[in-house]
Design a protein around this ligand. Structure first.
Ligand SMILES: Nc1ncnc2c1ncn2[C@@H]1O[C@H](COP(=O)(O)OP(=O)(O)O)[C@@H](O)[C@H]1O
Ligand SMILES: [Mg+2]
Length: 325
């Protein structure tokens, strides 16, 4: 996906700006950012499932060379099941009035054209594959009879039924307890190794990225601040926002807050007299290092072969406003 920009209809402001993502086969790529940063909208665009108020302003996406999304208006061409998505609230993704087994079987018959008997057996196999004990019994159950963790497994089984090339996992373990979260992570990793699908792993939690992802893009206010291989980002972060996220992982730090604030950084820009109104850096108003250059929009600078970041810090001599005082 390249240059994806999304906006609200009849508004100039962009919800997502110039998002670039590449998924190699069998790769897990993270998209991390706080709530409202545009993670979900970015991925819904790929599925052609944007809410009516949101439109594609620019951008292209391809899957194995075939166009998925082309330009403004964002016509989407895709084969059913090439990309599937699993969500935070798995129970809500299931039809409450239908038995679990039937919901999976339906995908197998409708999308993959399996005969009913075969689909029944395959649905049970998939439920077993995602670690559901007593698959036959669970197949007969309705969503409300299952725990949140079991519902998420069932949804993953349903996603697998599509044999997707790309699986988008949007905060798949938020709200599940830590043990179940770890099991779901293990399951997703195993499935990737087994099927060679790619996963776009969306989260607000860098710890989850560390555990899951080969590469990661850090999103803030609809814009990628930094993108790197996961190890590289953890060892050599270049963007102040990445640093902030990493610092909040330290054991002595307060629990990472989804709507987080860097300590009093909100007033830093003001104190330094920097007017950070657009089109400057979107993180400027919360950045402890903000300086004059941040009034301009920072392009992506290379910091390594697969490492890019959008910040002027260390790029230009900070004509530090503080020098005025
Ligand atoms: N249904 C909607 N219609 C219009 N705008 C929306 C809708 N949902 C979210 N938005 C806007 O899109 C932005 C990005 O939201 P979203 O992609 O859901 O963020 P995230 O998934 O990172 O929490 C939000 O800040 C909000 O302003
Ligand atoms: Mg979201």
């Amino acid at each position: 996906m390249s240059g994806l920009s999304l906006g609200l209809k009849h508004h100039d402001e962009l919800l997502v700006r110039d998002l670039n993502l590449t998924l190699e086969r069998g790769e897990i790529v993270g998209l991390v950012g706080e709530s409202g940063s545009g993670k979900t909208m970015g991925s819904l665009a790929l599925l052609g499932l944007l809410p009516p108020a949101v439109e594609v302003r620019a951008g292209e996406a391809t899957l194995d060379g075939a166009p998925l999304l082309a330009g403004p208006g964002g016509a989407v061409h895709r084969r059913t099941g090439d990309i599937t998505m699993i969500f935070q609230n798995a129970r809500a993704a299931l039809n409450p009035t239908l038995r679990i087994g039937f919901q999976i079987r339906r995908v197998l018959t409708a999308v993959r054209g399996m005969p009913r008997r075969e689909a029944e057996a395959e649905a049970l196999r998939l439920l077993g594959r995602v670690g559901i004990p007593g698959a036959a019994r669970v197949a007969q159950a309705y969503p409300h009879q299952l725990s949140g963790g079991m519902c998420q497994r069932a949804v993953i089984a349903m996603a697998l039924a599509f044999q997707p090339r790309v699986l988008i996992a949007d905060e798949p373990t938020t709200g599940l307890d830590v043990t179940v979260q770890a099991q779901i992570f293990d399951l997703l990793r195993d499935l990737v190794a087994e099927t060679g699908s790619s996963v776009l792993f969306i989260t607000h939690d860098l710890a989850a990225v560390a555990e899951m992802c080969d590469r990661v893009s850090v999103l803030f206010a609809g814009q990628v601040m930094e993108t790197a291989e996961t190890v590289e980002l953890f060892e050599r972060p270049r963007h102040p926002y990445s640093e902030f996220l990493l610092a909040s992982l330290a054991p002595e730090a307060p629990a990472p807050v989804e709507q987080g604030q860097t300590a009093d950084a909100g007033v830093v820009a003001e104190e330094k007299g920097v007017d950070f109104s657009l089109p400057g850096c979107r993180f400027a108003h919360r950045c402890p290092h903000v300086f004059d250059a941040c009034k301009e929009f920072p392009p992506m600078f290379p910091a390594g072969e697969r490492h890019h970041y959008s910040c002027f810090l260390g790029r230009e001599i900070p004509v530090v406003i503080a020098a005025r005082s």
